[in-house]
Design a binder for this molecule. Sequence first.
Ligand SMILES: [Fe+2]
Length: 409
Amino acid sequence: MPILVRTIALQPGMTLARALRLSHKMLLPADRVLTRSDVTMLTERRPELYVSVHSPELDSVCEFEPDALEIGATQSVCDTASSALHLAQGALEGKSRLREDDLRVAERSIRQIDRFLCHHRIVRVRFHDEIPGIASAADGVKAVHVAMVLGAAVRLQVLAARQRSAKFAGAVNLVPLGLAALLRDCSLWTARRSLDHPGPLTTAERDIVYDHSMRSAALLPDTVDPTIYAAVLHHHENHSGTGYPRGLSRDAIPLFARILRIADAFCAATSETSYHAAKPAWLAAWEMTCGPYAECYDPGIRKIFQAVIQPYPIGSKLRLSCGRYAVVVKHGRVHGLLPEVVIAFDENDKPLATDAIQGPFRLERSPELRVVSFRDTDVTRIYGSEPVYENVHTAVPAEFTHFAESTYP
Ligand SMILES: [Fe+2]
């Protein structure tokens, strides 16, 4: 399995583990043994890029988690959601509200995504810059992807609860969740052009933003599934009761709105707009699960979210508090910020001899191994205090039986 190496650190003779594409165009195929001119070309054209190269030494001592299926799923889900979003936006153009017919194609696309997720049991979001589908997707598209994967994880919990109790019969249908994710900001589709400017919003523009969930719900067809309507209307309500439009809190917020709230916030935080830069996924994930915004989200959904969102790609290097570099070999099971690693590079980033490689270590169980940097960025602020570790030691809550009962009686 590969490790991720910056193009400036590539050497002739290294073998590409994954095909290299730029803007969907094939640059170099998988398994290509890099020549000197390949290295020069990559260094000159894309010095900031991280490239997957095979690491036979590490392969001989540890097992990497395969990620090709989930990376492919991300691309496929984002492509499908992108064309559905495009069609829905076109359908609303010049109209005062959407018609039932306008949603047929979008519904087919979401059904296709749902079937795909069911079939492939995709349980993680690999939120990495290297995945073209997600890196270039609009935040509306990313939110469909994240919401559907979170929904699929909740569905698994519900199914497990139903197996324990005969009273939960039937399956959880995620199509309303996906459609709500797609349509949640439909009143902003045209307004966004005027809102997307540098500097603070005017009072009138702020009103447009605060009213957008009500306006978006009002644009849905009369006959829309009430679950979709409720999720769109309440997708900015906070668990703590500080959200809008109604200031609902806790269980009064519909389940799909709670899922959408966290998916939407994560995608907004990690997308660039003219008034804020995109936050790195590791920072957004920390702020939302252990940091200043944790109270906004349902604790049960938040627990699932932190296990689903994976900001560190398999094969990436993390510098640890011991000074050495570790390689991510498996994603975090209870928190994406605490993956499984092996210490494979010394303090100067030189490979250790095979018999000196240490691990694997599950960081959630090894609080003495703190991460201090990721891709030359200091991350001690998120690992320097206890919350990220404390947070993982609380068991995943059993509220899902309650969700199931209240949402799918
Ligand atoms: Fe919104």
